[in-house]
Design a protein around this ligand. Structure first.
Ligand SMILES: CC(C)(COP(=O)(O)OP(=O)(O)OC[C@H]1O[C@@H](n2cnc3c(N)ncnc32)[C@H](O)[C@@H]1OP(=O)(O)O)[C@@H](O)C(=O)NCCC(=O)NCCS
Length: 185
């Protein structure tokens, strides 16, 4: 889905553009994902697993085109200059009729922009988009040691409904549980 670009203002008073991204943004999206995945262990991949070669760019273009072409799914990014500095994905869990009312979200912000209120703006934007798209439930997974994200999701009205023990095992052997949360829309 392509929504009109809007101007948002962070807690620091700085203005950014909030845009819908698509296949033409594949390279800068992978650059963003690479940094966020290097910054923390909270993303699903390590930074070195986010490839930026031609094959990875082509695969990302395909994925972004699918999301852009969908009326009920989207990738929404915050832009500073030419760079993507934050992103939230809204995807349908499954398009079968019994579960078509459920969407999930995934988000990240580059480390140097944390604490500016941008995560809050992205989740709020995703909730509004999901409501307009007809979803009834929004879901997400978050690592149990991701205190800031847990605080953000609690603030935005999400409720914990499950926990998968040792969902992640870091390279150094540290196991981390994943908490699953939902919010009625
Ligand atoms: C999680 C993340 C998206 C938050 O983005 P952000 O722009 O820093 O978030 P915001 O500034 O909008 O909001 C921060 C909220 O987190 C919560 N929070 C912050 N510090 C907290 C703490 N020490 N304890 C509990 N909650 C805390 C608060 O609810 C706060 O909102 P408030 O300032 O209105 O009180 C960002 O930290 C990030 O990208 N982290 C790395 C990737 C990641 O973890 N992604 C989520 C995977 S599930």
């Amino acid at each position: 889905m392509i929504l009109d670009t809007t101007t948002i203002t962070s807690k620091t008073g700085k203005e950014f553009q909030l845009v819908s991204i698509g296949p033409d943004d594949a390279e800068r999206f992978l650059d963003f994902m690479h940094q966020v995945s290097c910054d923390t262990h909270f993303m699903s991949r390590y930074g070195d697993e986010v490839k930026q070669d031609d094959a990875a760019i082509q695969a990302e273009k395909t994925r972004l085109k699918t999301l852009q072409d969908s009326d009920i799914q989207g990738m929404f990014s915050i832009i500073d200059g030419d760079r993507i500095i934050g992103n939230i994905a809204v995807r349908q869990v499954c398009n079968h009729r019994k579960t078509a009312h459920r969407c999930n979200i995934g988000l990240g912000i580059r480390k140097e922009y944390h604490g500016f209120g941008l995560g809050t703006i992205l989740v709020d934007h995703a909730i509004n988009f999901a409501k307009k798209s007809g979803y009834k439930i929004m879901e997400l997974g978050v690592l149990s040691d991701n205190i800031i994200a847990l605080g953000l999701y609690n603030k935005m009205g999400f409720t914990e409904w499950g926990r998968l023990p040792e969902a992640f095992i870091l390279d150094d052997g540290t196991p981390i549980d994943e908490i699953t949360m939902y919010r009625k829309l």
